[in-house]
Write a protein that binds this ligand. Sequence first.
Ligand code: UD1
Ligand code: CA
Length: 449
Amino acid sequence: MPTHLIVLAAGAGTRMLSDRPKVLHEIGGAPILAHVLASAEALDGERVLVVGGDGDAVRQEALKADGKIRIAEQSEQRGTAHAVMVAAPELDGKGGDTLVLLGDTPFIRPDTISAMGKARADGAEVVFLGFEASDPGRYGRIVRDGATLEKVVEWKDADEATRAMTLCNAGLVLAETGTLLRLAAAAGRDNSAGEHYLTDIAALGRNEGLDVRVVTCAEEEALGINTCADLARAESVFQERARATAIESGVTLRSPDTVHFAFDTRIDRNVVVEPNVVFGPGVVIESGACIRAFSHLEGCRVGRNAVVGPHARLRPGTELGDNARIGNFVEVKNAQIGEGAQAKHLSYIGDASIGRATNVGAGTITCNFDGASKHRTEIGERAFIGAGTMLIAPVKVGDEAMTATGSVITRNIPDGDLAIARGKQSNRPGFARKLLARLRASKGTGKVE
Ligand code: UD1
Ligand code: CA
């Protein structure tokens, strides 16, 4: 196993036509770089990240994933071999093996890296990772002679015969640190891109008589993201993997292709997810819960046997207790909903706590924002909030308290009390017919039915 890891992540990703650094585009709600660093997490060793001169955001993202990662700055992107040389001062003289990972290649599995390590242990001096491509596109082509890798030819420099080859370079390289740095330093820029190619170290190594080999992985793992089309493909690879993982761990997906996961979605077994559900970052669903169709969840925890949706929206800071029920067209944000509590229709519950077994009637709104600040609504246990109640926060409703339907609650309600806060009704006999006649006449129809 390698002692050092270099992740090459410099460059703006001009082919994505984006202002954002390429490796910060997201897959499953997390930057591509975070996926790369996560897949390397199992590996011991010191990490060095190569970033572009304007890579502040990239730096911060990397430090979030690994506070000890060291950063090497490549102010001008002169190619992958040059990027490795930028990291050289961090590695020089330290010995051991170094693995080079690409910051735009997020799906490499730990087993694949182990296979590269095994090839090294078996005597290979430089190990490349290759894959048989159904669509080789612009990947570098690997030319080999039996088990020996002779050279890697970049697409831009390849003739027709070479472009017709389907064994492609995934971009990862493993070698003894000194060997890697020596060969990378020797990579010239006599090619159609005018860049120092890391791939040149294959032929350079062969010229020295080194044992250069290729280990292969599945095409899907090797997906490198250069364009928006690649990013879209990567998202679907990620989603496929996430769905398969969920299904394997005992989650029922009624229509797997329509459920969208984030990088950190955690769903226990015995959960049912209906069609067209979106999980944003930070969702935990506990056993036995049901997420009904067309719901959108992010930054929330759903307790055991709770039911959410259809058409519910759970926003960050939502905690649903066991057996809670959040129904259609209900939005919940930064709120704790107690065990067995329910809000089943057309409500907004924000910055609130609702005690266990409390019922929130249809159309209830916690009026949490006064135009400048947010305020909390606290509702006790076994309370009953009548339909269409406006709770003007900050406000507290006690245990077993009630609000009358249509109330506008501005003051706290003690335990067990009923609050009625609405205009009194008065009926005016026959007035509706007269009023309508007058209104219609003034509109010119003169028609009274
Ligand atoms: C590279 C390989 C190609 C391989 C493909 C696999 C080379 C020369 N080519 O091509 O054989 O098939 O990956 O996806 O290595 N980077 C830097 N500094 C630089 C240049 C690149 O940090 O000066 C980083 C980029 O951020 C990127 C990675 O290195 O994450 C690969 O560079 P990229 O330009 O995407 O290489 P490809 O043309 O895709
Ligand atoms: Ca690439």
